[in-house]
Write a protein that binds this ligand. Structure first.
Ligand SMILES: CC(C)(COP(=O)(O)OP(=O)(O)OC[C@H]1O[C@@H](n2cnc3c(N)ncnc32)[C@H](O)[C@@H]1OP(=O)(O)O)[C@@H](O)C(=O)NCCC(=O)NCCS
Length: 353
């Protein structure tokens, strides 16, 4: 649980959850006392939640009334038997939630309305393809006047979190391990959330390699770092670093190793169907970490990934690391002909490739 006195951390978590949620819930009462709950598209700006509505709509009647805007993120359901052999009560859910208490206010300044509508557009149609929203653009002058933009400033901002950060190290290790073994689509991320919710020493063996910790659900920043490790590999010469980062993130079975300073020092991923076969790709250990067993431990960890462990067949292509994989039981398969087409490349590029 978050500590009660850690107000800044609470508020930061709440705003992050609200900014990342696809929709939030607005909860209030109408002037006649009837409760109202509405899912909303919203943007967060300067300590307030902004959303839009029509001048005649129900939300309109909320101006000046107290309201709560809330959202939550579920990581995983934890069955009771992971914590107790018989009692049903220890079943729980790992989650984070946010609640912003305030008053519904009408935004009347046209420029502020336009700015918030522009933010909503950027958020919910990031592909663009429209003229920027601006009060001076005749396309929008009337629309901005006619739409209502409402705001709830965060007078009280509350976050709740249950990621087992306050539980014993033994239970946290056990639950992270059980999540990894169960292997539902969000379980790897949930295992990582449990492991990092509070300091944990020692880190469970399953998530450790020589001098490193394995991260089963890496972040966007770690994708950028992994792309930096991979960009000079011979097989990535024609792939941009930004594409490499996106490719790692798009792969459900992607793991990295981080050192004591949290630097990404190794990365590996596997593509496949989760049942029949998987193909290892982009395996890289930073030069200064090679030769200490990290590559082997990382491949072991990846082969145990929930999206890989049920696949009886694991393929890979390598130009010069056959010896490394042979030690793990991989065998060369005949004279394979690899065929390749580089999309969008010119004839000259193709000949060079
Ligand atoms: C291949 C690579 C991932 C191995 O990582 P590593 O951390 O050095 O591997 P380990 O320390 O676990 O090595 C295990 C054994 O494999 C051997 N080995 C390592 N790389 C090898 C290679 N390219 N060819 C043959 N054997 C290799 C090691 O010597 C070691 O043998 P030992 O136990 O007798 O000492 C790493 O060298 C690397 O990132 N290389 C550049 C990128 C690359 O080639 N990736 C694979 C492409 S498919």
């Amino acid at each position: 649980m978050l500590r009660r006195h850690d107000k800044a951390a609470h508020e930061a978590l709440a705003w992050t959850l609200l900014s990342e949620a696809h929709a939030v819930h607005l909860c209030a009462t109408l002037p006649d006392g009837q409760p109202l709950v509405r899912p909303l598209h919203a943007v967060i700006h300067d300590g307030a939640v902004y959303f839009h509505g029509a001048h005649h709509g129900e939300k309109n009647a909320l101006v000046g009334r107290p309201a709560v805007v809330s959202t939550h993120k579920v990581y995983a359901d934890i069955p009771s038997h992971w914590r107790h052999p018989e009692r049903a009560c220890p079943a729980t859910t790992l989650y984070e939630s946010a609640m912003v208490h305030g008053t519904v206010e009408d935004v009347t300044d046209d420029d502020e309305k336009a700015a918030m509508l522009a933010r909503l557009m950027t958020r919910y149609q990031p592909e663009g393809g429209y003229a920027p929203i601006d009060t001076r653009n005749p396309l929008y002058t009337k629309a901005i006047r006619e739409v209502r933009v409402l705001r709830v400033r965060g007078e009280r901002v509350v976050a709740k979190r249950e990621l087992f950060g306050g539980k014993t190290p033994g239970l946290r290790r056990k639950v992270a391990e059980a999540l990894w073994r169960r292997g539902l689509p969000t379980d790897a991320e949930a295992a990582m959330a449990v492991l990092t919710a509070a300091p944990l020493d020692p880190w469970p063996e399953r998530f450790q390699g020589p001098g490193v910790r394995f991260v089963p659900a890496p972040t966007a920043e770690q994708a950028t770092a992994a792309a930096g490790l991979l960009r000079d590999a011979y097989w990535n010469q024609r792939t941009d670093e930004s594409v490499l980062a996106r490719a790692q993130r798009a792969t459900p079975a992607w793991v990295v190793a981080i050192d004591a300073d949290e630097r990404v020092v190794a990365t590996a991923r596997a593509l496949g169907d989760g049942h029949k076969f998987a193909h290892l790709a982009d395996v890289m250990v930073a030069a200064e970490h090679r030769g200490s067993g990290l590559g082997t431990a990382l491949i072991d960890f990846l082969l145990d990934h929930p999206a890989v462990r049920h696949c009886p067949r694991i393929d890979l292509l390598t130009r010069d690391a056959q010896g490394f994989y042979a030690r793990m039981g991989f065998e060369a398969v005949g004279e394979r002909t690899l065929m390749r087409h580089w999309r969008g490349s010119s004839h000259a590029d193709r000949r060079a490739g």
